[in-house]
Design a protein around this ligand. Structure first.
Ligand SMILES: C[S@@+](CC[C@H](N)C(=O)[O-])C[C@H]1O[C@@H](n2cnc3c(N)ncnc32)[C@H](O)[C@@H]1O
Length: 358
């Protein structure tokens, strides 16, 4: 957690913390780790190969070695295990689409005052433009391919037969749940260009045969079918409180009695809505890139869920170090089959239908 900044030195140190991130981004922009590959390089040879200055490269590489991304022995540099794999475009474990996304944010964050003044996102690629959507969807896969299997081992889906990955993008989470639960069938629901990526990924997995695809605008359309579980990961923060509450009503209508809505997001967990730090800072990304997105308190999300008619709401804690976001995943149940809960459910669904028709 960030230490409160109380002296001028604290403030200066917090600001100048941009230096190492900028060194890392420069290395990615120059594709340095790919250029080094599996070989050992002296700076003059590497500089010639990369068509950059020896002076600039020497200083950059020394800093990367200081950060542990390069190994330096005398005048010779090699990649570390991390930089030789995830950061090297010639390695199968390369996570290039996600690296491109997060490094491109450097320039966007430089324009933060514009968004603070206007309250509007930057003039950016449109989320539903197919080429952008495809790249973003691969980035989401590269972001969670290690996390999703760790989460899937901690969520008990033994009694579930059907799961909807709502706004599932590449379907990385759906695939992880399918791999862990052989009797489960899943549907990934998203924009058509995202579903193309999900199909490509699923075709490389045996469990992919149990995945179906549903193109849908989840913001405006009713969700066809009913499911035992709806997995709603990293979508809540894109939309306004009003849109989220309307979505919860549509999700409830698409759950079997007693079914579960699982929400994974950057929840704020303290009373004032400031922490954890990652969730606070993520709201800045939402200001820069979305019309009305934000990060939300777990407690306010719970109130929206109760308002929509969900029951037995709790936070499922994941093991430390395995989480997508610190603080856990919110679980909410659709009412079961007794008369009182059936009545509440019917009323909620009717409300949902009349709201979405206005
Ligand atoms: C941040 S990504 C999260 C992907 C995945 N659920 C995960 O946790 O990695 C948000 C996803 O929601 C999808 N999405 C957002 N708004 C949508 C809408 N109105 N209709 C359909 N999909 C939408 C995006 O296309 C994207 O795939």
């Amino acid at each position: 957690m960030i230490r409160p900044l109380s002296t001028f030195d604290d403030f200066r140190n917090a600001i100048t913390a941009y230096r190492l991130p900028r060194v890392l981004i420069a290395a990615i922009e120059l594709d340095l780790f790919t250029a080094i590959g599996t070989e050992a390089w002296a700076i003059p040879d590497l500089a010639r190969n990369m068509k950059v200055s020896e002076r600039g490269l020497a200083i950059l590489c020394r800093n990367l070695a200081m950060a542990g991304l390069l190994k330096k022995q005398g005048k010779i540099y090699r990649n570390s295990r991390l930089s030789a794999t995830s950061l090297n475009a010639r390695h199968p474990a390369y996570r290039g689409d996600y690296l491109r996304l997060i490094t491109s944010h450097w320039a966007d964050w430089g324009r933060l005052p514009e968004s603070v003044k206007s309250g509007l996102p930057l003039d950016h690629d449109k989320a539903d433009e197919p080429v952008y959507c495809r790249g973003f969807t691969w980035a989401m896969h590269h972001r969670t391919l290690e996390t999703a299997p760790k989460i899937a081992t901690q969520i008990d889906l033994r009694h579930a037969r059907t799961l909807l990955d709502l706004g599932g993008g590449p379907g990385t989470y759906a695939m992880a749940f399918l791999a862990k639960n052989p009797r489960l069938r899943a549907t990934v629901c998203d924009r058509p260009a995202a579903l193309d990526v999900a199909r490509e990924i699923a075709s490389t997995h045996k469990a992919g045969a149990r995945l179906s695809y549903m193109p849908l605008d989840l913001l405006t359309e009713a969700i066809p079918g009913t499911y035992d579980v709806i997995w709603y990961s990293n979508v809540l923060h894109i939309y306004s409180p009003q849109d989220n509450q309307a979505l919860f009503l549509r999700a409830l209508a698409a759950l079997n009695p007693g079914g579960r809505l699982l929400i994974q997001d950057a929840f704020l967990h303290d009373r004032e809505g400031l922490f954890p730090e990652e969730a606070g800072l993520f709201a800045v990304s939402m200001l820069l890139f979305t019309e009305q997105g934000d990060t939300y308190k777990a407690t306010e999300t719970k109130i929206w869920l109760i308002g929509a008619g969900f029951e037995r709401i709790k936070v499922l804690r994941m093991k430390k170090g395995t989480e997508d976001w610190e603080g856990g995943i919110m679980e909410a149940r659709s009412p079961g089959t007794n008369a009182k809960t059936r009545e509440h459910r019917t009323r909620s669904i009717e409300n949902s239908q009349s709201r979405s028709s206005h």
